[in-house]
Design a protein around this ligand. Structure first.
Ligand code: G3P
Length: 815
């Protein structure tokens, strides 16, 4: 038997053993003949409807509709057309497509604006009061002016609602969309979209026990996320959700279709608009009272780098305040909602090529009708997908579409009542929103599937940093591959699927692993090439590895950091648990936004556990037997330590890149500003001269990327990408070392240095940490110095720089 066939046999074994647990359904399979997928339990049929909401209307019989008839005829799906989405609404969920519901929705929103929402009146009163105070109007005109402004506001928000709120046209509209989208998706993703029937069945059963709005909270890496969840709902006989979507998607024609499918368009930033947020709250409250499923991407934007982003709290805050209002003001004691974290994993994200450009500093291409049509159009190109090789025999994927499987895994769902777990709480400010967001995202990370390509990507990235070679043999990669698989397996105890796959991979022979690596590179990479005759790999642009490595990095980042620190201190008396612990504390602080370290309850991620584990593995050893915090550790397996330490490095480098450039750019701008100010006459004084004094966030990032690439200061390009830099920028803002603020027109954001001295201290600390042009280590090893850096990261503003300066002077070192 050939190795490939043996590997296929083993892979089949994996698929079979997984079949009863995870990823047993491809939702793109057989969608027309059998649109409804049977769940793992029989859906009840003894009642007409299972959702206890007033005014849940059954739709009238099929009305004649030319479009639907045409679709039936053209596509020839006649027989089962009426089966699609036939029981989802009215029977198991509220029928949001009934005319009665739509009228009720519209009336509800209009009467909120016209009379029911006192908040709007308050806003208008405040405004007119200001006009009065500024003598823009006279007291006698107050009432008339109030009426005029209120009328304007009501009209404005009515028009806004018309433009932005879901329209829920009809079940036939859902059916037509299903047929069209299915047809496109099947062509775009021939390898399927995989889910676990048991996951969906568990959720459905929980929902039926006590129907309430399911709040779907998926990870967000692609615009396809919304489509996928809708298709899943249709197929598993659940109601499609209303979806919070950025107004950037409300483009010609497509915006209308998306509204038909439940999109609630919102501004990307609210800029304290007085009533917009409240208006959105009203929309959400109406949907939740009616137990309509709701979908929100709490990261707020698509992650371009494979890791989860920090949650945005706006919508979570609204959900919590609606819950408390309903329970305690509207006396609706059973009101609740069910959060469902969802991990969506792509073997190759559709937007991959665009994301690489953005990471390298290009502006995002705005969504447009043309762009969306061309995606749909590309599904129908009849170009055969053949593997092309260049003259040297390496794969040339520059013109191939490169699509893979998509996997969707549900985490453990929980109700808001269970999360709050305190009947005394009445105010949203008493609810820990950060913990709510992090609970959702940790649950996503805990359940994220690791596709084979993510393991290949991690091994390639690790080896690339380790060996720094552009061309190497597949054979050279294999030992690294095995080490990576072992490390990931140790951190995947809780994921049944990942565990099985990784365990099986460890049993592969070298020849089987080679063929797996070659196959994955051929299928998914454009800038990493492979020659399957000579068994060679060529890395043309390592930035493509970043995404795949980051699909796994959250599992091992803490140990990478510990190994990084040990590498720095190895051979000195400082390589003890006390100093390692302090540095680990600082570095996990630096990377806490990048990796969502807060509220992580996994004890395997603690420093003591990791050190013990590395000792047990024989990677490091303790020189003294007793368990003192001063016992010195030494590295026994330098290659192992270096391999993982390297993976942590780019995240730290990106801080040095950022801070050095903020300092440089700000000082350049300051001297230009001083010069301009001298030449300025009184008449020229402008309203918003921050523009001249401070870099904009956007300008700064562009400058950094352009400058740093020229300087090639670090080995890895990974440290100079937009997503890491943005997240670092917000951490420095949080430490109040810099301030990010908007201009008066709220069109731009600026970066101002608030604490140049401590920004320098952090910069020097990082420079020593990364030993860039310096042998000094005093900021890493001297406890007074280290404690000062800890004070910065702890936001202890009482910190005493004097002591730091005295110590440095005494020892003749620079701060
Ligand atoms: O910020 P973007 O471009 O990732 O947009 C993603 C949002 O879902 C659009 O509403």
């Amino acid at each position: 038997m050939s190795t490939t066939t043996r590997r296929q046999e083993k892979k089949k074994g994996v698929a079979e053993s997984v079949a009863n647990s995870d990823f047993d359904v491809n939702i793109l399979h057989d969608p027309f003949e059998n649109p409804n997928i049977d769940l793992k339990f029989p859906l009840p049929i003894d009642k007409e409807t299972y959702v206890d909401v007033e005014d849940n209307y059954e739709s009238l019989g099929q009305s004649f509709n030319i479009l639907n008839s045409a679709i039936r005829m053209i596509l020839g799906y006649g027989a089962n057309y009426d089966e699609i989405y036939s029981k989802n609404e009215y029977k198991y969920f509220l029928n949001k497509h009934s005319d009665e519901f739509k009228t009720k929705f519209k009336n509800y929103m209009n009467s909120k604006l016209e009379k029911d929402d006192t908040k709007l009146d308050e806003i208008v009163y405040d405004l007119i009061n200001q006009e009065l105070n500024m003598k823009l109007i006279e007291a006698k005109d107050f009432k008339a002016r109030f009426k005029e402004v209120k009328k304007y506001m009501v009209e404005f928000y009515k028009q806004n609602n018309e433009k932005n709120l879901p329209t829920f046209p009809s079940h036939n509209f859902v059916r037509s969309a299903y047929l069209t989208v299915m047809t496109i998706m099947r062509r775009l993703f021939p390898k399927g979209i995989w889910v676990s029937n048991q996951d969906i069945s568990n959720l459905y059963q929980k929902y039926l026990e006590d129907p309430m709005s399911i709040i779907w909270t998926p990870s967000h890496q692609s615009h396809l996320d919304y489509i996928i969840l809708h298709l899943i709902c249709v197929r598993f006989q659940m109601a499609t959700p209303a979806v919070i979507a950025g107004e950037n998607l409300n483009v010609a024609v497509v915006g209308g279709l998306l509204k038909g499918l439940g999109a609630v368009f919102i501004p990307r930033t609210f800029n304290n608009e007085l009533y917009t947020e409240r208006n959105l709250n009203n929309v959400m409250e109406f949907l939740l009272i009616n137990k309509i499923p709701f979908e929100v991407f709490i990261e707020g934007t698509r992650s371009r780098d494979g890791k989860l982003l920090l949650p945005k709290y706006g919508i979570l805050k609204s959900l919590v305040s609606i819950y408390l209002k309903q329970r305690f003001e509207e006396h609706n004691p059973k009101f609740n909602m069910l959060f469902q974290p969802v991990a969506v994993t792509y073997e190759r994200v559709y937007e991959n090529d665009e994301f690489l450009k953005e990471l390298k500093g290009d502006d995002k291409k705005q969504e447009s009708l043309f762009g969306i049509l061309s995606v749909a159009g590309s599904a129908f190109s009849n170009k055969k997908d053949v593997i092309i090789r260049d003259k040297q025999g390496f794969t040339d994927n520059s013109t191939r579409k490169l699509t893979g499987k998509i996997f969707l895994k549900l985490g453990e769902s929980f109700t808001l009542e269970r999360f709050i777990d305190n009947p005394e709480i009445r105010h949203e400010k008493d609810v820990n929103l950060k913990k709510l967001g992090f609970t959702i995202l940790h649950e996503i990370n805990r359940n994220s599937f690791l596709p084979e390509v993510s393991i290949v990507g991690t091994a390639l990235q690790a080896y690339n940093y380790f060996a720094n070679k552009a061309i190497f043999s597949v054979q050279e990669l294999i030992p690294v591959y095995r080490i990576v698989v072992e490390a990931l397996l140790r951190e995947n105890e809780s994921s049944k699927t990942n565990k099985i796959i990784l365990q099986n991979m460890l049993k592969f022979s070298d020849a089987e692993l080679s063929s797996l690596i070659i196959e994955q590179i051929t299928n998914f990479f454009r800038h990493i090439k492979v020659n399957d005759t000579k068994n060679l790999i060529r890395i043309e642009s390592p930035i493509e590895l970043l995404y795949y490595k980051n699909l796994t990095i959250h599992l091992i980042i803490q140990r990478c950091l510990v190994m990084y620190i040990i590498t720095l201190l190895n051979g000195t008396e400082h390589c003890n648990r006390r100093i390692i612990g302090k540095l680990f504390y600082i570095l996990t602080g630096f990377l806490k936004n990048e990796f969502l370290f807060d509220y992580d309850e996994n004890e395997r991620n603690g420093m003591s556990f990791i050190i013990q584990d590395l000792t047990d593995l024989g990677v490091i050893s303790k020189s003294k037997a007793e368990d003192s915090e001063y016992a010195i550790y030494t590295i026994d397996d330098p290659n192992f330590v270096r391999l993982f330490a390297n993976l942590a490095q780019p995240f730290l480098e990106s801080y040095v890149v950022l801070i050095t450039n903020i300092l440089e750019m700000t000082s350049n701008l300051a001297s230009n500003y001083a010069r301009a100010k001298q030449q300025q006459t009184h008449d020229q004084i402008i309203l918003d001269d921050d523009e001249l004094k401070y870099p904009t966030t956007k300008g700064l990032l562009k400058y950094i990327i352009a400058q740093s690439r020229k300087k090639a200061q670090f080995q890895s390009l990974e440290s100079i990408n937009k997503q890491y830099l943005v997240s670092d920028l917000y951490y420095l803002n949080n430490l109040q070392l810099i301030k990010i603020f908007k201009n008066k027109a709220k069109t731009k954001a600026f970066v101002q240095i608030l604490n140049p001295r401590d920004l320098q201290v952090i910069n020097r600390f990082l420079i020593q940490l990364l030993h860039v042009n310096t042998e000094e280590k005093n900021l890493l090893t001297d406890e007074i110095n280290v404690n000062y850096v800890i004070d910065i990261t702890n936001k202890n503003f009482e910190r005493d720089i004097g002591e730091l300066e005295r110590v440095s002077k005494l020892r003749g070192s620079k701060i």
